[in-house]
Design a protein around this ligand. Structure first.
Ligand code: ZN
Ligand code: ZN
Length: 425
């Protein structure tokens, strides 16, 4: 039995998978830059009230999934379950609206939710997301959607489906809410226990329920799309015109509500054929009331968040390519005390000149050192043996061609830099 294991729902990323992570992060940063979004980092924990007042009291996340604890000062803190509330809190706290409008921000980092762990669903998971705060322009909704899809495209993901909806605004939603209550009234007894509570507090959440019976019942439920006020309907129409102009295909999803309370107007999800509809790669929408709700001036905003583990899973299932783990270019094998001293000096010289290099630290035989060089996939191995050393020389072996050269000790570094540069060019 192992004495210590990673906590359930958490995952170690070992060095062989790290290049995939780096590749994803670099792809995200490159795209964000092209769209002029600036990176922001917020703390991993916040006051609990922040999430209760934004993500929403009746939501699955706040009700069941938050890692909430009292610190030694008896303050209730919560590990962030999502990125939007902290970004909006930062926006307000630092008066960012005064500096620039809209503020276009993005983040990459860990989030925490106590879900039942399964493939692509962890308790510490990672998201990247973008938030554009300070404009109601539907072209900005289209921009965030196209940004997300461009990142997916850069990563080589295929078979994606954009689901699009509108969830209305505080003006048109109450009417819809009444319609929904009327619809569910005679089906109340069939709803799951959670949905019975949702019926009282927030009937829209019922559309979000994963219980199969509830899902079946909601199939026939009225759609928000049929109750949008003029402003919301026009916004939705304009967004679709922009998406059409960008050549971005979508499906209008009449029951898309997203599991968060703050959305208004636009909501969207990106679903992958590889993972199925239950596990969206990410999604987002407009949240025009949230800045004010959290104490700022009324400020419209739109954004999205994407699940990194899910995207990586979809990439692996889809056979997307990514860079190999980095290996040292040069391995230095040596025999004897004097050779070892030379090896240590050569390593430093090589590294100073930007060549990655490694050697043996286990006092192994030459044969074992050559095996190590092989398994590290080094391009060249320097062999400093006693006999050659006495002539002031060492051997350099091209590990691919097995061609071997004798090189003056003084010229080793120059020689290696030269052959490596040539190989690259
Ligand atoms: Zn409306
Ligand atoms: Zn239910």
């Amino acid at each position: 039995m192992l004495k210590y294991k990673a906590v359930r729902g958490t995952q170690d990323v070992l060095p062989d998978k790290m290049p995939l992570w780096r590749h994803l992060e670099e792809t995200v940063r490159r795209r964000m830059k092209l769209y002029n979004y600036q990176e922001i980092a917020t703390p991993t924990f916040e006051r609990t009230e922040l999430f209760i007042h934004s993500t929403g009291e009746g939501t699955e996340i706040v009700e069941k999934q938050m890692y909430t604890f009292l610190d030694k000062g008896e303050r209730s803190l919560t590990l962030r379950p999502e990125g939007t509330p902290p970004v909006v809190r930062t926006y307000i706290q630092h008066n960012m609206g005064m500096k620039k409008s809209p503020q276009k921000l993005f983040y990459i980092g860990p989030m925490y939710r106590q879900e039942s762990p399964q493939a692509g669903r962890l308790r510490q998971f990672h998201q990247f997301g973008a938030e554009a705060i300070g404009s109601i322009d539907p072209a900005l909704d289209a921009e965030t959607i196209s940004l997300f899809l461009d990142i997916c495209d850069d990563l080589g993901l295929k078979g994606l489906c954009l689901q699009l909806g509108s969830i209305g605004c505080p003006r048109c939603r109450p009417t819809y809410r009444q319609k929904l209550l009327g619809f569910f009234a005679d089906k109340y007894d069939l709803l799951c226990a959670d949905c019975k509570q949702r019926y009282q507090r927030n009937p829209l959440r019922i559309l979000d329920c994963k219980d199969p019976t509830c899902r079946r019942i909601t199939d026939e439920a009225p759609s928000m799309l049929d109750y949008l006020c003029d402003e919301c309907a026009q916004h939705f129409r304009q967004l679709r015109v922009h998406l059409d102009a960008l050549g971005i295909g979508y499906q209008v999803n009449r029951r898309l509500v997203r599991g968060l309370d703050y959305y208004t107007k636009t909501v969207f999800e990106v679903v992958s054929a590889q993972l199925g509809a239950q596990d969206a790669l990410g999604g987002g929408g407009r949240y025009d009331g949230l800045v004010e709700e959290l104490g700022g001036k009324p400020t419209p905003a739109v954004g999205f968040a994407a699940g990194i583990e899910r995207i990586l899973l979809a990439m692996e299932k889809g056979g997307c390519s990514y860079p190999e783990p980095l290996q040292p270019e040069v391995y230095v094998a040596s025999i004897g005390e004097k050779a070892k001293q030379l090896a240590v000096r050569l390593l430093r010289e090589l590294r100073t000149r930007g060549v990655s290099a490694d050697t043996d630290y286990l006092d192994r035989s030459l044969k074992a050192q050559m095996r190590a060089a092989n398994s590290l996939k080094a391009k060249y191995t320097v062999i400093i043996g006693q006999e050659e050393l006495s002539r002031g020389k060492a051997s350099v072996r091209n590990m691919r061609s097995s061609h071997q050269d004798e090189v003056e000790i003084e010229n080793l570094c120059d020689y290696l830099v030269e052959v490596l540069t040539k190989a690259e060019g």
